[in-house]
Design a protein around this ligand. Structure first.
Ligand SMILES: [Zn+2]
Ligand SMILES: [Zn+2]
Length: 273
């Protein structure tokens, strides 16, 4: 009852080795499923063997006269026929699955190539986008806004410079004005002194009032009102010495001078206000 399993196993192993060449991840599971099927077949085979043995034993019991060798031959023939059928079935199954795996593998290879191409395309797009990005940055740097900003900055600098110039000019002018003012003050003081001196000249030396009908004494040239006789008769009141008054004369020029001084005084009042 010995049945050789070696050829079957050898072929199954070679099929398995060939199957392993597909290098697909789920090949192991498929291989396992095939192995499982193989084991199941073996189990079935063992069951059959047992049943055949049983039958054989029963036949032996039932027909003890029958030749054991012929029965054994028949059993062996039946057995090998059954094994051949199982093997062919397995081989077909292997072949089918192998072809399927090859097809899947080729599909995957094609898909891989497609993906690689897509990846390369995307990489090119990334490079292109990077270029666009740098270009955009450059454009932003040189955009209208930046130009406007630069223009404003220049305008601001120009305005600042002009304002600075104006300020310096104003300071200079102010300084000049101050000098002018000082000169004017000096002139004004001189004018006041002159006015005071003129007023003194146009005032009677006796009554200390504005000269009325002016009388001038010769030789000292002091002026008195005509009515202030005590100032100029015999001797000059202002000189107050023993010098003799040689002569006097009615000075019309002083009257004109007084009129001119009055006009001048009014002008001075207007200028001060
Ligand atoms: Zn007088
Ligand atoms: Zn005098």
């Amino acid at each position: 009852m010995l049945i050789s399993k070696l050829p079957l196993l050898e072929q199954a192993t070679s099929q398995k080795a060939l199957f392993n060449k597909t290098k697909i991840n789920y090949e192991i599971s498929n291989s396992l499923s095939v192995e499982k099927a193989y084991r199941q077949t073996n189990a079935l085979k063992s069951k059959r063997q047992l049943s055949i043995i049983k039958q054989s034993n029963e036949s032996k019991k039932q027909i003890p006269t029958q030749n054991d060798e012929s029965i054994l031959k028949r059993i062996q023939a039946t057995k090998s026929q059954s094994d051949c059928q199982i093997f062919e079935k397995l081989q077909q199954e292997f072949e089918q699955k192998y072809q399927e795996q090859v097809r899947i593998s080729e599909d995957l290879k094609l898909e891989n190539v497609k993906l690689k191409m897509q990846l390369e395309e995307q990489e090119q797009q990334i490079i292109y986008l990077k270029l666009i990005n740098s270009d955009l940055r450059y454009q932003i740097d040189n955009s209208t806004l930046a130009q406007q900003l630069k223009k404003l900055e220049l305008e601001y600098k120009d305005t600042y410079r002009r304002m600075d110039d104006t300020l310096r000019k104003a300071i200079d002018e102010n300084y000049e004005s101050q000098i002018k003012m000082k000169n004017l003050q000096i002139k004004s003081q001189q004018l006041e002194q002159f006015t005071f001196s003129l007023r003194q000249q146009l005032t009677c030396k006796f009554c200390r009032k504005e000269l009325q009908n002016t009388i001038t004494v010769i030789p000292c040239a002091h002026n008195y009102c005509q009515r202030c006789v005590s100032g100029y008769v015999g001797r000059c009141f202002a000189c107050n010495d023993d010098s003799v008054v040689q002569a006097t004369y009615h000075n019309e020029y002083i009257s004109d001078l007084i009129n001119m001084y009055k006009i001048f005084e009014n002008i001075m009042i207007i200028l001060k206000t």
